[in-house]
Every structure is written in structure tokens, then in C-alpha cells.
Design a protein around this ligand. Structure first.
Ligand code: FAD
Length: 342
């Protein structure tokens, strides 16, 4: 706590122009509309100030919690008093590289990315046009839908590795993408900064038509009128979470204002004033009952942050190395080894 206050004072001193939201309600920063106050959310305007904030945190033995569009996360009612969140909402550079690949920063929304691809006659991102997250959060989760996943279109990812305060450019293979997982979800300490996506040429009209069709299917099937964090559980191998939940008679099951959607049993929705504790309880009961009745263990897809959530960086202090955009070219080629689970 004391370390965080010292870090915040240093951030205010060294980055006076950066937006620093203090005592900010987390419910306003996530699609579930749940969560108490965050001690602070830093909103850097560029990659250089983001790395500067990370350096300051490291000096105080802290690590940030990254925040994209907040569409896959459940914040605690108690808020987060002991962690600094860093929002990527201002990291929105998006352009075509000379060789025709797309360069996008972490804060670019997946829907904007998909539209940009369509406008440039590039196919393969149609699946992403209705996913409400950012590219950074999408890389961590390997977001996907309707048979497509980010892993199919990402060529490389530039990320900041907090323990070393170093930049790495990872090939898609090094990102170790898997179903709703990646190297960034398995190991703590990675901040996704940007990605290069390579897509084949396509007909803009056909791409737009496919996007409309998928978005219509989404509107038909998903409870888009109520706050949620998307699919509550991952798809267990050989099953569909929504069908298992429905077959166990849990469609519409409610704990307070948290409810298994009546429209799509894979979603948990906030019927108004749901608390994080109601959602924890609901998720627990659904998991327990599905396990008892079918033997299948459901694994949450939503990132559930407990009330005592905090992030420390107790790794060896490394000399301060403020990274600038020009350092990107000097990023080592070999990614760090997997050492710790998170
Ligand atoms: C209505 C609805 C429909 C959805 N449909 C789909 C779907 O079809 N397919 C699908 O895959 N998902 C779906 N989702 C879930 C969600 O949109 C995706 O998982 C998305 O990729 C999350 O991105 P985000 O920016 O919102 O991440 P956040 O919720 O902000 O964060 C998610 C995780 O990623 C981390 N993170 C965020 N940014 C970074 C970064 N730059 N570097 C490192 N870590 C980072 C966060 O710390 C957190 O652990 C849906 C959600 C909703 C609400």
C-alpha cells in the first residue's frame, strides 16, 4: 500500500501530463458493470509513457494490472486498493505496413480492427468484428468466434516483459496461442503493446456481408442487452458449456441480480445491481452442479479477481532502463522461458 502511494507520487511528478484516474469506480470500466473503486488507473498516451509507468512500479516492487476494454473481467466489489491498473485505451495506432500487413496497437478494439481490414480488402478478421474487446486483451485470451481465432492472423506481437523491463518481439509460434490462452495468460508479467497481422486479400463486399451475418447471429443468440463478460466458462473438450448448463436445469438460475442468461446459458448477466460476490456464488454453484450431474469440470473463461487481489514484483531489481520506441528494433529475438504459472 505504502509502495503504491510512493509510486503514484513519483508517477505524478515524472509524468505530469498523463491521465491518472484516482478512486475510480471499476464498474464504469468493465462490461459486467460490477466493481468497487480502483486506487488508480493510469492512462498512458503512448508506449513510451506506458513503459515509464512500468519502470516506476518495478522500482517500488509492484506490477501493474493491464486493462483493455474490460469485457472479460470481473472486478471485486471491494475495489482494488493495492494495485495500479494501466489502461491501453489511448494506444490506438492502426495502419497498413508497406508490405500490406496490419500494424495495430494494443488498445485498438477488435471491431475497429475488423472494419479496417474489410475497408482494405483483407479477409480473415470477420470473426472478430462482434467481439467487444481490445487487441491486447484479445492476444492474452486468443479471442475467437465462429471458427476463427486471433492466432490464425497474428504474425508477431511486441510486448514489454516486466521482470526484465525489456521489449520482446514474439512470433505467433512464440506466443504459444491455444484455446482462450497464450503465453501471456500462462506467465505473468507480459504487457502486449502491439501486433502485426497478416491477412489474405478478399472482396470487401463479401467480407462486409460475412461480418453482418455473424453479427446478426450474435444478436439472435446472445444477451447483448444486458451487462456481462461474454462466455462465463471455457468450452470443455468434447462438450459445450452452455448445453451442459442448460441440461442441468440452470438456465435462468439466479443468485441476487447475477443470473445465468435466459437467452444463452453460457453467459452470466447482471440483471441490475449484481455484486461480485453474487457472481462468485453463482459461478461456484453452476460448476458444482454441472460436475455433480455430468462429471465435467467447467473452467471459468472470465478473469475473476478476488477481493484481496494484488500484484507484486519481487524479482531482482534491474537497472532502470527506460524503453523508447526506437529500442523496439533492438528487442532480443529469443523470448523468455516459461518459469512461473499465473
Ligand atoms: C457480449 C460479449 C461477447 C463476447 N464474445 C466473445 C467471443 O465471441 N469470443 C471471445 O474470445 N471473447 C468474447 N468476449 C470476451 C472478451 O471480449 C474477449 O476475451 C476479449 O479478448 C477481451 O479483451 P479486453 O480488451 O476486453 O480485455 P480485458 O477484459 O480488459 O482484460 C482481459 C485480460 O487480459 C489482460 N490484458 C488486457 N490488455 C492487456 C495487454 N495489453 N497486455 C497484457 N494483458 C492484457 C487483462 O489484464 C485481463 O487479464 C465477449 C465479451 C462480451 C461482453
Amino acid at each position: 500500500m505504502e509502495n503504491l502511494e510512493l509510486a503514484l507520487a513519483q508517477i505524478r511528478r515524472e509524468l505530469p501530463g498523463m491521465t491518472l484516474l484516482e478512486n475510480e469506480p471499476l464498474a464504469a470500466h468493465c462490461s459486467f458493470r460490477i466493481g468497487g473503486p480502483a486506487r488508480a488507473i493510469a492512462v498512458p498516451g503512448d508506449v513510451s509513457s506506458l513503459s515509464h509507468v512500468c519502470c516506476i512500479l518495478k522500482e517500488h516492487k509492484l506490477a501493474p494490472l493491464m486493462l483493455g476494454n474490460g469485457t472479460n473481467i470481473l472486478f471485486p466489489d471491494e475495489g482494488l486498493q493495492e494495485v495500479l491498473l494501466i489502461s491501453t485505451e489511448k494506444l490506438t495506432k492502426l495502419f497498413l505496413l508497406p508490405d500490406g500487413a496490419i500494424y495495430a496497437e494494443a488498445g485498438v478494439s477488435l471491431s475497429r480492427l475488423a472494419s479496417f481490414a474489410q475497408q482494405n480488402g483483407l479477409a480473415g478478421l470477420e470473426f472478430a468484428s462482434g467481439i467487444p474487446g481490445s487487441l491486447g486483451g484479445g492476444c492474452r485470451m486468443n479471442a475467437g468466434a465462429y471458427g476463427g481465432e486471433l492466432k490464425d492472423v497474428i504474425e508477431s506481437v511486441v510486448c514489454y516483459y516486466l521482470p526484465e523491463q525489456a521489449l520482446y518481439e514474439l512470433s505467433a509460434e512464440d506466443c504459444a496461442f491455444a484455446y482462450r490462452a497464450s503465453r501471456f495468460s500462462r506467465i505473468g508479467g507480459f504487457v502486449v503493446l502491439s501486433a502485426v497481422l497478416r491477412l489474405p486479400q478478399g472482396d470487401p463486399e463479401e467480407i462486409a456481408a460475412r461480418m453482418r451475418e455473424l453479427n446478426e447471429r450474435r444478436r439472435d443468440k446472445q444477451p447483448l442487452d444486458l451487462p456481462s463478460a461474454g462466455s462465463a466458462f471455457k468450452r470443455p473438450e468434447g462438450y459445450f458449456a452452455a448445453k451442459l448448463i442448460e441440461d442441468c436445469g440452470l438456465k435462468g438460475f439466479r443468485v441476487g441480480d447475477a443470473q445465468v442468461s435466459e437467452k444463452h446459458a453460457g453467459f452470466v448477466v447482471n440483471r441490475g445491481e449484481a455484486t461480485s460476490h453474487e457472481v462468485y456464488e453463482l459461478l461456484d454453484q453452476v460448476r458444482r452442479r454441472v460436475h455433480e450431474q455430468t462429471g465435467v469440470v467447467l473452467e471459468p473463461e472470465v478473469i475473476v479477481l478476488p477481493p484481496d487481489y494484488r500484484l507484486e514484483d519481487n524479482g531482482p531489481a534491474v537497472p532502470r532502463h527506460r524503453v523508447t520506441v526506437n529500442d523496439w528494433n533492438a528487442a532480443p529475438e529469443t523470448p523468455p522461458q516459461e518459469t512461473e504459472e499465473n
